[in-house]
Design a protein around this ligand. Structure first.
Ligand code: DHB
Ligand code: MG
Length: 232
């Protein structure tokens, strides 16, 4: 064999191992039930983009929300309700998930997904833009946990609202904080990439927050930024 084909073989084996690890960890820690599979199916049936978080990321959201004793959770960007199911499952029966969604159609799909998963009593999907809905949430604050997974140019504004609507100890998670590395290079002319770059820089340096980000999705090409609001 040539050196080149040895290298190709090695890369293929590595990719297979990475895929095996992801599958096995998912089976062990984050197996999907009918409720979660139903949300994914609903996304396909309704021609929605298949850009849900991974099951392991869902489990991480659930774990973090449980760790901070979340009773009130805010989600910005519902899509088909997949992440909402993971989040609402961290709530006690009298807890509340408020999920904001700009698309009326996506909101209807998300509502049906949460209902099918048995979470209709504690989860609510509100239709509108963040700019419209976030200022209306003051009376329902503070939120113990905030998950941002919406339009990328909006991320810096969503962070401002998350801090405003949270409290010391609230956890703020944002999806897609790596996006193949472009936001980290700091040279993108794409508005979404610039929004994420600004988000990453801000959560990394804002003295009110303690933050970290991990490559954990899409083969290490994307992942969450996770922040906690520091004690005042
Ligand atoms: C896109 C949005 C997401 O939230 C995501 O997780 C992946 C891709 C997108 O708009 O392309
Ligand atoms: Mg996302």
């Amino acid at each position: 064999m040539t050196e080149q084909s040895d290298e190709i073989q090695r890369l293929r084996q590595e990719a297979e191992t990475r895929s095996f690890i992801e599958q096995r960890l998912t089976q062990l820690f984050a197996p999907e039930d009918d409720g979660l599979r139903g949300a994914l199916q609903a996304a396909r049936d309704n021609d929605m983009p298949e850009i849900q978080i991974s099951p392991l990321q869902g489990r991480l959201l659930q774990l973090l929300a449980t760790a901070c004793n979340a009773r009130k959770i805010l989600e910005i960007g519902a899509l088909a309700g997949y992440s909402g199911i993971w989040l609402a499952r961290a709530l006690p029966p009298d807890g509340r998930l408020i999920s904001l969604e700009v698309s009326e159609k996506h909101a209807a799909v998300a509502r049906a997904s949460l209902e099918r998963a048995g979470l209709g009593d504690r989860a609510e999907v509100r239709v509108g833009s963040g700019a419209e809905l976030l200022p209306q949430l003051a009376d329902e604050a503070p939120f113990d946990f905030i998950f941002i997974d919406a339009d990328k140019p909006g991320y810096p504004t969503y962070l401002d609202w998350a801090i405003k609507l949270g409290r010391p100890g609230s956890i703020i998670v944002a999806d897609n904080c790596i996006r193949g590395g472009a936001p980290l290079r700091g040279e993108s002319d794409d508005e979404g990439m610039r929004g994420i770059a600004a988000y990453d820089e801000r959560v990394a340096s804002d003295p009110r927050l303690l933050s970290v980000a991990f490559p954990m999705d899409d083969d290490g090409m994307d992942g969450f930024a996770i922040s906690v609001v520091r004690p005042a």
